[in-house]
Design a protein around this ligand. Structure first.
Ligand code: CUA
Length: 327
């Protein structure tokens, strides 16, 4: 390998790569990471032994003038037993931790684990907290140091839920529920994405798992459990609420007490999220306005189409103002 190529490889291992399974932040992530390095070092050991024997054979038995042909080792019972047994023993050392890790990460969790239901949609994630009465989208909040049991399914096609720092990917299959369980060990925002091809915007189906401090999580739950904020009288947001209520928005989105739609994300607390559109874009007024005006332009194939007839700029500004007060 040339020095330049080596430099590229080394450089690609450094730097900020938040979606890396090599920086585990949960018990599940740690178990997979340990298994990976276990197997990596066995593979490295086998590589070194095999290459060393090869080089020794090449040097020692190379052709020299006048030297007789070396005696073949064919039929050497001791050697044949050795090179059958040695790989079998190494495979046992690989198989035992592998099987142990498969069982340890099969989705079992303590009875007091936080239950979160994940539902894949084209192309965003819905999160339901059945014991807390919370429904949200794009960003899953969990408390640090507590076991979480995630039940995963899909509303349409097969997706795959994957937040690499916290756990392995697991498929979201319509009509079936799969489980993962993990206990996050440090607070932070851990990005992930859909890991199963699910249509035009598969690559735009991101997610965030936000691991909060204990008190931060309690505050988040309390805010989510409250009803939607009411716009101030005569405000732009109040006009936005009227625009929302008389347009097709209500057919797809729930805002508690305002509209019952279930096709798109629940917007009761849309303003509290940091991202929109499946974790793709920042939740700021400029992006929201672009999204409402023409979602498919930002995200190919988006099921939220352009409104017909199009909304006026004034209506869009009012809608944005309304969504932003829904904290
Ligand atoms: Cu959902 Cu890929």
């Amino acid at each position: 390998m040339s020095a330049a190529a080596l430099a590229v490889v080394v450089a690609s291992c450094a730097g900020p790569f938040p979606q890396s399974a090599l920086h585990p932040r949960s018990d599940f992530g740690g178990a997979v990471d340990r298994l990976f390095f276990d197997i990596f070092w066995w593979a490295a050991f086998v590589f070194v032994v095999v290459e060393a024997l090869l080089v020794i054979a090449l040097v020692r038995f190379r052709h020299r003038e006048g030297r007789p042909t070396p005696k073949p080792a064919h039929g050497h019972t001791g050697l044949e037993i050795a090179w059958t047994l040695a790989p079998a023993v190494i495979l046992v050392f690989v198989a035992v931790p592998t099987v142990r890790t498969i069982f340890a990460t099969a989705g079992e969790a303590p009875a007091d684990a936080l239950q979160v239901g994940v539902i894949g949609h084209q192309w965003w994630w819905e999160y339901r907290y059945p014991d807390l009465g919370v429904v949200t989208a794009d960003e899953m909040h969990v408390p640090v140091g507590k076991s979480v049991r995630v039940s995963i399914t899909s509303a349409d096609v097969i997706h795959s839920f994957w937040a690499p720092a916290l756990g392995g990917k697991r498929d979201a299959i319509p009509g079936r529920v799969n489980y993962i369980a993990f206990r996050p060990d440090s607070a932070g925002d851990y990005p992930g994405q859909c890991a199963e091809f699910c249509g035009a915007s598969h690559a735009n189906m991101r997610l965030h798992v936000i691991v909060d401090s204990d008190s931060g999580f309690r505050a988040w739950v309390a805010a989510q459990q409250a009803g939607p904020r009411l716009p101030a009288r005569g405000s732009l947001a109040e006009r936005g609420k009227a625009v929302f209520s008389r347009n097709a928005c209500i057919g797809c989105h729930t805002i508690q007490g305002v509209s019952p739609g279930i096709i798109g994300p629940n917007l009761t607390h849309a303003g509290s999220r940091t991202t929109i559109a499946g974790g793709m874009f920042p939740n700021d007024s400029a992006t929201l306005a672009q999204w409402i005006a023409d979602a498919p332009a930002l995200k190919p194939g988006s099921i939220m189409t352009r409104m017909q007839p199009p909304l006026t700029d004034a209506d869009i500004a009012a809608l944005v103002a309304y969504l932003e007060i829904l904290r």
